[in-house]
Write a protein that binds this ligand. Sequence first.
Ligand SMILES: [Zn+2]
Length: 237
Amino acid sequence: MNGIVALRNVVEAFVNFVYPPFCSTCGRTLRRGEEYVCASCWESFERVPRTETIIQLVEEKFLADEAVDGIDSVFLFEQDQRVREAVHLLKYNGAEVIAERFGLFIAKKIVNDSKLSMCDTIVPVPLHPARQRERGYNQSELITRSLSTILGISHSPHLLIRVRQTKTQTLFDAEGRQKNIKGAFALGRISLDDIGGKKVLLVDDVITTGSTIKECARTLKICGVSEVYAASAAVTI
Ligand SMILES: [Zn+2]
């Protein structure tokens, strides 16, 4: 064993000691190449079961105001504690690797969808600048960056901006959430000609009542976007 290899092993042993390489969701020892969450957890997270479930969700949550033209989502948020843990890691531990995985799973799910995968650009649900400064990043933007690279669709993280800081949506019921989020978004520094008649794929980490996505979609449609689709890593059904 040469000196460099020996040193690398010592460093790795030290890092493993400080940050024990265990899966955050099942506790199993992580294998080489796995980070935060093991491969078997990723594959066994509870998925949104059938297309019909999503159609039903669209009808119930979105179609009433015609702002969102279609939606898809990968994992079930309420039903699987491990999914909630992964979303928590994404939001609070700066886990870029979680965002990349979420992007990959969304891409796999929508790649054959003629509407969602044929959008002109992908837009993350924006955070208020103050919140983004506090967190250091927008978790939805990390997901859209990954999704954009995999699908080869442009990424527009500044198309929508959050102009009003809202109270956390978890404090409200569905009706309260809608009021809380109203008027929270506006178009960023972009010419209306650039988005007029275009199709946009909005992406959030979790869709709960759909109020946030609907308000973003409403803002985009007022500004001339022709079709707005939504995708998320997890959803509450
Ligand atoms: Zn695991």
